[in-house]
Design a protein around this ligand. Structure first.
Ligand SMILES: N=CN[C@@H](CCC(=O)O)C(=O)O
Ligand SMILES: [Mn+2]
Ligand SMILES: [Mn+2]
Length: 354
């Protein structure tokens, strides 16, 4: 048992495994074959130069926010299992062609931040874990990489935002008093803007709104997949006060794609950088059973993937994460496989664009 409330475990490369195919051509390439430990350059406040790998994975092995939010815990076990499902996926031909000879520079694993929230530890473990995680992702952004956080509960979102915020504070635009406008796009059945005396997995976007207000910055938040039966009227009231752009789960099912994509593009056009977060409970419980709070209705995986591609195509996504997988309730690793597919989609789109 570690003697601190928050610890970091380095990348365990022995978990990057998959099929061996000695009789196939060299194009039978998998992510497990090219992942490397993430390289943190200590001299690194080299603004936006490519010092580490292009993509950095970092786990947020923490479900204290879910516990505080009266949810069912277990999400802390997800990061290595999402990695494992992703490791076994093939690298698509377009990426192999594009990065011929440089595949080993694409993907770094920065290990996991652990939040040890048992009775032996002080109350503020979650907040410490968020800060430790934020420092890691901020460093990656400053090295010119795209960090992708693997939750853990959705309390990861406040850490992801803080990491992005810290990195943006170092940019020339910010020092010239011209802060980039941050847009947050969250795929989620829940708004996660709860009022509470402590941070939880249900509060991160309200915390972000307060952080931005304290800095005199606008709050641009678009939540896609919101369910009218997973959020109270009090939450919808707060969403209205905060100017949240809501695309409901029913809109996703019933409205024409063209209309939805126009709404997303209008949101994107109003911001300079995007933090993209996917709470896996945006999908139906039949597709993703292993989450903290399963959705009865949910939005289609095909819809989520198409929308993620459209958001990534903006070239504005500087931070991303995938949250709320809870392996305790998964069936045959189905939920981890869906998370891995969305992770692959984000990575492929980013690498094909940059
Ligand atoms: N991060 C998710 N939060 C949801 C959980 C809802 C539930 O437990 O039913 C929320 O607070 O709304
Ligand atoms: Mn949710
Ligand atoms: Mn959520």
């Amino acid at each position: 048992m570690p003697d601190t409330a928050v610890s970091h475990s380095a990348a365990d490369m022995s978990r990057w495994t998959g099929r061996a195919e000695p009789f196939e051509s060299a194009r039978a390439r998998y992510w497990y074959q090219i992942a490397q430990p993430y390289t943190f350059d200590s001299s690194s406040q080299q603004k936006s130069q490519q010092n580490g790998q292009r993509i950095g994975l970092v786990g947020f092995a923490c479900d204290q926010g879910v516990r505080r939010n009266q949810g069912r815990v277990g999400a802390r076990a997800a990061p290595p299992l999402i990695r494992q499902a992703f490791a076994a996926l093939p690298i698509i031909a377009e990426l192999q062609q594009r990065y011929d000879g440089q595949l080993s520079t694409l993907l770094g694993d920065a290990g996991d931040i652990h939040c040890h929230d048992n009775d032996d530890f002080a109350e503020r473990t979650l907040e410490q874990a968020q800060l430790t995680y934020a420092d890691k992702v901020s460093h990656m952004i400053q090295q010119g990489g795209l960090p992708i956080g693997l939750g853990g509960g959705h309390a990861i979102a406040y850490g992801s935002f803080l990491g992005l915020w810290q990195a943006l504070q170092q940019t020339d635009a910010t020092s010239n008093n011209n802060s980039p406008r941050i847009g947050i796009i969250n795929f989620d059945a829940h708004l996660d803007i709860r009022q509470s005396d402590v941070a939880t997995s249900g509060t991160p976007f309200r915390q972000i709104a307060e952080h931005l207000a304290a800095q005199d910055q606008p709050f641009h938040y678009c939540c896609i997949g919101v369910s009218r039966l997973s959020n109270t009227a009090a939450l919808f009231d707060r969403a209205e006060q905060l100017g949240v752009h809501i695309i409901s789960d029913e809109d996703c099912a019933n409205k024409k794609w063209k209309k939805i994509v126009a709404q997303i593009e209008t949101f994107i056009n109003d911001v300079d950088v995007i933090y993209l977060t996917i709470d896996m409970d945006c999908l139906p419980a039949s597709v993703v059973p292993g989450v903290s709070a399963p959705a009865a209705y949910g939005i289609n995986l095909a819809f989520v993937e198409r929308a993620v591609k459209c958001i990534m195509a903006s070239g504005k996504v500087k931070m991303a994460d995938i949250a709320e997988i809870n392996p305790t309730f998964d069936i045959d690793a189905r939920s981890c496989k869906v998370a891995a597919r969305l992770l692959a989609t984000i990575i492929e789109q980013h690498l094909l664009l940059t």
